[in-house]
Design a protein around this ligand. Structure first.
Ligand code: IMP
Ligand code: MG
Length: 189
């Protein structure tokens, strides 16, 4: 579903623009990440902690490519209240259902922009005593403002632009696009 949607705060419309990662390239990236993770966690059973809601499509594809036993759990975190700029404040809307004490935890994230969300979650989970804690993100923006922290697995570094598709939304639209595209703001629908 890629027809334009009305922007909430202004008399403009948003629609997917240029495709920056095609579906087959996404599949290759996900397969590569799954190979690396399966190799690195060969003798372990990690918990993949998925950050809702943007990361759900990525997780669904990634977990089916892993050749190691693993568990999944979800955390619903909100940082963007609306629109395309980070509010800078992070809120746990729903917490994990399992304990991560003494477990190998791998956070599965869709995109790291400022890194504020991730830094917050890493701190929260670190306090719960995991055996190990690493991060896997499909996309990472190359912005200067990004909070500095080690990311073990990065699918692809992209320019500092707002993107939609493959789980990523603009005001809840465009998550189901099979590719990742920039967001275009236009005057007419
Ligand atoms: P950060 O805290 O600035 O790194 O933002 C992280 C969260 O904001 C991501 O997990 C996404 O859910 C959302 N986000 C950041 N950039 C984009 C984007 O380009 N498109 C859609 N969502 C985004
Ligand atoms: Mg996210």
């Amino acid at each position: 579903m890629n027809r334009p949607v009305k922007c909430m705060r202004e008399e403009k419309f948003a629609r997917p623009g240029e495709v920056i990662i095609a579906a087959d390239e996404i599949a290759d990236i996900v397969a590569g990440l799954a190979r690396d993770i399966s190799r690195d966690y060969a003798d372990r059973t990690p918990i993949l902690v998925n950050l809702l809601k943007g990361g759900v499509v990525f997780l669904a594809d990634l977990m089916r490519q892993l050749s190691i036993p693993h568990q999944i759990d979800f955390m619903h975190v909100s940082s963007y209240e609306n629109g395309t700029s980070s509010s800078g404040s992070v809120r746990i809307v729903d917490d994990l259902s399992c304990s991560v004490w003494d477990r190998d935890v791998l956070i599965i994230e869709d995109v790291i922009d400022t890194g504020i969300t991730l830094a917050y979650i890493v701190n929260v989970l670190q306090l719960r005593g995991p055996r190990s804690l690493e991060v896997c993100t499909l996309l990472k923006k190359g912005a200067e403002s990004t909070v500095h922290m080690p990311i073990r697995y990065v699918g692809k570094v992209i320019p500092d632009v707002f993107v939609v598709g493959y789980g990523l939304d603009y005001e809840e639209s465009f998550r189901t696009l099979p590719y990742i595209a920039t967001l275009e703001i236009v005057d007419q629908p």
